[in-house]
Design a protein around this ligand. Sequence first.
Ligand code: ZN
Length: 150
Amino acid sequence: MSELDELYQEVILDHNRNPRNFGRLEDAQESEGFNPLCGDRISVFVKVEENRVVDVRFEGRGCAISQASASVMTTMTKGKTVEEVQKLFNLFQQVVTDSEGGEEAMEEIGELAALAGVREFPTRVKCATLAWHTLGSILEGQAGTAVSTE
Ligand code: ZN
């Protein structure tokens, strides 16, 4: 398998074709994210109750990596506390930036590991983390702001 094939493995293709939790969420906090390098756009909607993500959805268009990452994110963050979500994002960032501890982190990020191949393609890291930065802006109390990867 070529590196690019690995990058677009089945999990990514499946989430891109059939995105989970796609669409607006009413009465939710929202932020928009934009990755000018690739043209990915994303809106993340989230409801937080008692410090826990009780519902999360997204809308957007862009490359398969950005859409699949957002889809996987919604399935993995729903039901988690804000701290658990932030910890998961930190582990995911360690993996995709290939930083120290990345290999160990790989075992703790579940289906997100399918996106680990982006570490071979630095510009793609922004595609893979766009949804997470957008969700992060809401959880940090900055809902409504536009997040740009630049
Ligand atoms: Zn992209």
